[in-house]
Design a protein around this ligand. Structure first.
Ligand code: HEC
Ligand code: HEC
Length: 375
């Protein structure tokens, strides 16, 4: 192991402040008038490596809301012209991410960002690259009126659902009889999304399951590099977190790693988090997204600008993209802890580790079967 100057180490510790520990987020009950699921709440089992699933008090998951949400997620009826479903941009074959750098919506409209995987989105404190949605419920209502994505109105969707006898039955089972509201649809979709958990990867079996053979030697070296929380090492773990009993590989804070910086124009191509907070230091900052199933979700970053993990590692080993607000936790100086001659091997080891983060696919990641014929 390399010895570190104690002063440097102290600085690194002071700068690389860990985030507050992961909290299960439970929101207060809905204001009077909000719909409540009618059925019996169910427990969604968390796979090895993931914590219990948080959910809001006014939307406990039930078998009926989950089944309804599953159907809605795959239904193009949500978009104005019936051509786009949630699953059109969050594809089962790409671990519920979009293999296109940026998504296409109705009429081939081009979006500005890459669609992230929604596996394990149940654990996110906020949704979207800039965190502008505070819950899955809130998020689920946003793609519908988005002019590029689904270009529909929430009342338009409500009318369409009310005119569909199969949905009338499914909503009555899930929320009781009465008028179908988009709030119900959003709650059902959110409950379905909370079942999209993927864990039990080789890393989980090694780290949390006691199976020391689950990782290759290279991946074990990669894990050590990943977890080197000094500012002159890769320091991945400061932003993509591994806790004692589980790992989401994400965190609630937003960071500027420089991906959005345009050196020629000396400006951010995408404002990022500042659009939500208005705080100048948040310009060009994005959510530290999960790395689970990362080999299935290329291309990478909010703009889909990196095609391979090798490219991502070159980016970090160069210290990110220099810009006036580059995060203090980025490996600014490249990674001087690792001698130049050993860097190619270190990158290869890190890639082996990232490959070991591919987990089991949840059953709900496949399209739903036909509506049951029985009444
Ligand atoms: C036209 C493509 C498209 C459609 C349709 C679409 N999404 Fe997305 N989704 C995206 C993109 C792109 C992002 C990232 C946008 C951003 O961060 O600004 C995203 C982000 C998300 C996120 C946040 C994930 C995270 O890690 O922050 C969730 C959850 C989500 N979508 C669920 C849905 C649901 C539910 C629907 C259907 C109601 C849907 N999406 C429809 C493209 C799409
Ligand atoms: C300062 C915090 C920080 C550090 C340190 C950090 N990351 Fe990230 N990571 C982020 C953020 C923020 C993003 C999203 C950036 C964007 O899209 O603009 C990201 C994105 C990624 C992505 C792409 C994810 C996707 O789905 O597109 C990968 C892969 C990744 N990081 C791996 C690593 C590795 C490996 C390390 C260590 C060498 C590391 N990160 C260090 C914050 C960090």
């Amino acid at each position: 192991m390399k010895t570190l100057c104690p002063l440097l180490l102290a600085g690194a510790i002071a700068l690389a402040q860990p985030s507050p520990p992961f909290r299960a987020r439970v929101r207060p009950a809905a204001p009077a008038g909000g719909s409540m699921p009618a059925g019996k709440p169910v427990t969604i089992p968390a796979p090895l490596g993931l914590p219990p699933v948080p959910f809001p008090a006014d939307n406990p998951p039930t078998a009926e809301t989950i089944a309804l949400g599953h159907r809605l997620f795959f239904d193009k009826l949500l978009s104005r012209d019936g051509t786009v479903a949630c699953a059109s941009c969050h594809l089962p074959k790409a671990a519920m991410a979009d293999p296109r750098p940026v998504s296409l919506g109705v009429n081939g409209g081009v979006g500005g960002r890459n669609a992230p995987s929604i596996l394990n989105a149940a654990y996110h404190d906020t949704q979207f690259w800039d965190g502008r949605a505070r819950s899955l419920e809130e998020q689920a209502a946003m793609p519908v009126p988005d002019g590029v994505e689904m270009a529909h109105s929430l009342t338009g969707v409500e009318r369409r659902l009310a005119a569909n006898p199969a949905y009338v039955k499914l909503f009555a089972k899930a929320f009781g009889p009465g008028r179908i509201t988009f709030e119900m649809a959003a709650k059902a979709i959110a409950s379905y999304e909370r079942t999209l958990l993927s864990g039990n990867s080789p890393f989980d079996r090694y780290q949390f399951g006691g199976d020391k053979k689950a990782l290759s030697e290279a991946a074990i070296r990669g894990l050590a590099l990943f977890s080197d929380a000094t500012l002159d090492g890769p320091n991945c773990i400061s932003c993509h977190r591994i806790e004692d009993k589980f790992a989401t590989f994400t965190e609630s804070r937003f960071h500027n790693s420089g991906v959005a910086w345009d050196e020629e124009k000396r400006a951010y191509k995408d404002k990022g988090r500042i659009a939500v907070t208005g705080t100048p230091k948040d310009a060009g900052a994005f959510k530290a997204v999960t790395l689970r199933n990362i080999t299935l979700t290329a291309p990478y970053m909010h703009d889909g600008s990196m095609q391979t993990l090798e490219e991502v590692l070159d980016f970090y080993f160069e210290g990110g993209r220099r810009n006036p607000l580059l995060s203090g936790v980025m490996p600014h100086h490249g990674v001087p802890n690792i001698p130049k001659a050993e860097q190619a091997q270190a990158k290869a080891d890190l890639v082996e580790f990232l490959k070991a983060l591919t987990g089991d696919m949840p059953a709900g990641a496949a399209p739903p079967g036909p509506v049951e014929a029985k009444r």
